[in-house]
Design a protein around this ligand. Structure first.
Ligand SMILES: O=C(CO)[C@H](O)[C@H](O)COP(=O)(O)O
Length: 239
């Protein structure tokens, strides 16, 4: 990966933490992915880091919390979270998101939904001029019960905008499907470009299929998105 992309991730993450984490915040959600690495790094540099507890969104996130000397909590203990930081695979003009590129979508949505504020950190490649499905062409990640994968693959064909769908495989790292932190499979379903006003409906339709645990469509959850630009600036997107 180019150092420009890496630099933009770091700048966005540091700015999001610096501008939004307050001394009064005692419970902080920490998401998953390569950009959140810099969120955890920044949190770990804070003098008052022992004054808040961090809630992970999966295995990688838990490791980030521990390796940066932060206090680890769980969403079972803390179902009210003051502020959460997470990455995204794509962000539309209304701050709807596609997430789940790293297969952590269920716990990411759990933490986001428990949080009073959700700040997204990303590099410039993640920002769509308008609709989801523009830059992120892999499809919407959907976490499914393993026994239901074939049924869900068939059910998806009946939904408006459907183009294709497949179970995500582990490639050279796993002979067979990717298995999530919840022991589920991931289906990536291509719906082309998703109109802003249809994100919520599409999420509900997919979620309504028996066998679906969660979708990677995050509608109306984002407080603000911090986007690291190629020129070294960081754009703050709010509605
Ligand atoms: O949803 C996610 C994992 O399930 C990540 O937040 C998303 O894939 C973004 O990751 P990165 O910061 O590496 O681009």
């Amino acid at each position: 990966m180019s150092s420009l992309v890496e630099q933009s991730k770091k700048l966005a993450a540091y700015k999001a933490v610096d501008e939004n984490l307050k001394d009064s915040h005692s419970v902080v959600g920490v998401g998953s992915g390569s950009t959140v690495v810099y969120v955890a790094e920044r949190l770990g540099q804070l003098e008052h880091k022992s004054s808040f507890v961090c809630i992970p969104t999966g295995f990688q996130s838990k490791e980030l919390i521990l390796s940066n000397g932060l206090r680890l909590g769980s969403v079972e203990e803390y179902s009210s979270i003051d502020i959460a930081f997470d990455g995204a695979d794509e962000i539309d003009s209304q701050l709807n998101l596609i997430k789940g590129g790293g297969a952590c979508l269920m716990q990411e949505k759990l933490v986001a939904s428990c949080s009073k504020q959700l700040f997204i950190v990303a590099d410039y490649r993640k920002r769509s001029p308008e609709k989801l499905g523009h830059a992120w062409r892999q499809g919407v990640p959907i976490e499914v019960v393993p026994a239901a994968y074939n049924k869900v693959l068939n059910d998806l064909k009946n939904l408006e905008g459907y183009k294709s769908a497949k179970v995500r495989y582990g490639g050279t790292f796993k002979a067979g499907p990717v298995v999530t932190d919840n022991s589920m499979f991931i289906i990536d379903a291509d719906f082309g470009e998703i109109p802003v006003e249809k994100v919520s409906t599409l999420h509900s339709q997919i979620k309504g299929l028996v066998g679906v645990l969660e979708t990677g469509l995050f509608a109306n959850m984002t407080t603000a998105a911090y986007i690291g630009n190629e020129d070294g600036s960081v754009a703050t997107l709010t509605l």
